[in-house]
Design a protein around this ligand. Structure first.
Ligand code: GRF
Length: 210
């Protein structure tokens, strides 16, 4: 598919940068048409400005209802003719109307191997602390479809990293982040090449066609 990406980011935006870098390097066939943030201070907004990408700050608190918030998001997505949404460090629940409108075309990146260490409140340092507290020997990152609950959509791509005895949440987060920056653009390229097949029960990745 001809990917016209809308990126949602609440913070630093390193995954957003990884997407832009992959497009620049020619390994991802996509165009970023919009950056949406809920945080006026988000680093991702600066990246968008530097790259000349249109950006909008849309905060749920500015709307009377979640339905109105959803309408504002859909309006912004329609104005830039986006056909694919990427949650790249976005800390808000996406309204149901947006998930419905972009069903199968809305993905999230999570810094652990789902279904472990996900769900409401599991973000940032907490995820890696929980992995260490549990004593896992591997962790990793998951790119998954977004459904109406936190982190429960079907996995698309997962990759592991080792957990070392002397890891801190910060050292583990840094190792996982490197993997995130690989698998998020890689997953998008699977969509760009129409290699993602979504059935009710599972997601299949089709082989490369030469
Ligand atoms: C990443 O660890 C991502 O997995 C999680 O939020 C973090 C965002 O980092 N959902 P960045 O803003 O892309 O640097």
């Amino acid at each position: 598919m001809n990917l016209r990406l809308a990126i949602f980011a609440s913070g630093r935006g390193s995954n957003f940068k990884a997407i832009l870098a992959a497009i620049q390097a020619g390994t991802l066939d996509a165009k970023v048409v919009l950056l949406i943030s809920d945080q006026p201070q988000a680093g991702a907004l600066q990246t968008a400005a530097q790259a000349g990408i249109p950006a909008k700050i849309i905060t749920p608190n500015a709307f009377a209802t979640n339905g109105d918030y959803g309408k504002a998001l859909l309006q912004a997505l329609s104005e830039c003719d986006s056909n694919f949404v990427v949650l790249a460090g976005f800390l808000r629940m996406i309204p149901a109307a947006v998930i419905k409108a972009f069903s199968g075309c809305i993905i999230n990146i999570h810094p652990a191997l789902l279904p472990g260490f996900g769900g409401k409140g599991m973000y940032g340092r907490r995820v890696h602390q929980a992995v260490l507290d549990y004593g896992c020997k591997v962790s990793g990152a998951t790119v998954h479809l977004v459904d109406e609950n936190y982190d429960t959509g079907k996995p698309l791509v997962q990759r592991c990293v080792p957990v070392y005895e002397d890891d801190t949440p910060e050292s583990l987060a840094a190792r996982v982040l490197e993997i995130e920056h690989q698998i998020l653009p890689e997953t998008l390229q699977l969509f760009a090449k129409d290699r993602v097949k979504i059935d009710d029960q599972r997601v299949r990745i089709l082989p490369i066609e030469f």
